[in-house]
Design a binder for this molecule. Structure first.
Ligand code: G3P
Ligand code: MG
Length: 245
């Protein structure tokens, strides 16, 4: 079971203030006081787990084409910061190894979202879980999540003690059976699709509900009133401050 769950999780680090899923974004989330961050992990062509969200390089780097079109050496030549702001020029796509080391050193809790390139569910999950096993201390807060059920099955098989979050957007009819089968610790749902009744139905399975992605304080209050346990936010510092007033 999860011993602690945060109210706010910095989405892709602190996505509003720094280029998402970079070391700068992780540092910024910590600077803003986030207790936890969420990061997305995918494989390079040579099977190295790196932190990136999209299937393609185009939006968040100086490169283009599918992420697995490049090996790690090629990926590391790209600039993942300038698109966001020239201040971040030269910021690389981090490896999972670098991100884990930084997050750990900053004392952050981590939600690692396994975000496989299509067709790479099993190798991506295997690589991510192996790196977590090697680098993430067992007493530091950790949640592994995915929209892809095969990834969660691999996580269960390789590291049953690591809590798993089942990510849902348009839930399949048998979502509750899947959550049972993969031993989900949390249900991570799209905030915009929720009502008081939907949150109640998720909570009725006995699992905490986390909602992505919430940047508005009024919406955050509504979701908390409905019983949502925690929120992913692009602006962890600002939202925390607004919720405190
Ligand atoms: O894990 C929460 C959220 O990150 C899921 O959606 O597309 O932002 O990775 P996405
Ligand atoms: Mg994500």
């Amino acid at each position: 079971m999860l011993s602690t769950l945060p109210r706010l999780i910095g989405h892709r680090g602190a996505k509003d203030s720094a280029p998402e899923n970079t070391l700068a974004s992780i540092r910024e989330a910590a600077r803003q006081g986030a207790a936890w961050i969420e990061l997305d992990v995918m494989l390079t062509r040579d099977g190295v787990p790196v932190i990136i969200h999209d299937d393609t390089l185009d939006r968040t780097t100086s490169g283009n084409g599918p992420v697995p079109s490049l090996d790690l050496a090629g990926l590391r030549r790209l600039d993942a910061g300038s698109w966001f702001d020239p201040r971040f020029a030269g910021e690389p796509v981090p490896t999972l190894e670098e991100a884990l080391e930084l997050a750990r050193s900053l004392g952050l809790g981590l939600n690692l979202e396994i975000k496989p390139y299509p067709g790479q569910d099993v190798p991506t999950a295997r690589a991510a879980m192996a790196m977590l096993e090697r680098l993430w201390p067992s007493d530091r807060p950790l949640l592994v999540s995915s929209f892809e059920v095969p990834c969660l099955e691999v996580a269960l098989e390789l590291a049953p003690a690591v809590p798993r979050g089942y990510l849902l957007w348009d839930p399949p009819a048998d979502w509750a059976a899947i959550a049972d089968r993969i031993g989900a610790a949390t249900l991570n749902v799209h905030q915009d699709r929720q009502t008081a009744d939907s949150v109640a139905a998720y909570r009725a399975t006995g699992r905490p509900v986390l909602a992505y992605t919430v940047n508005d304080a009024a919406r955050a209050r509504t979701l908390f009133d409905w019983g949502v346990a925690g929120l992913f936010t692009d602006a962890p510092g600002r939202l925390a401050a607004e919720l405190a007033t």
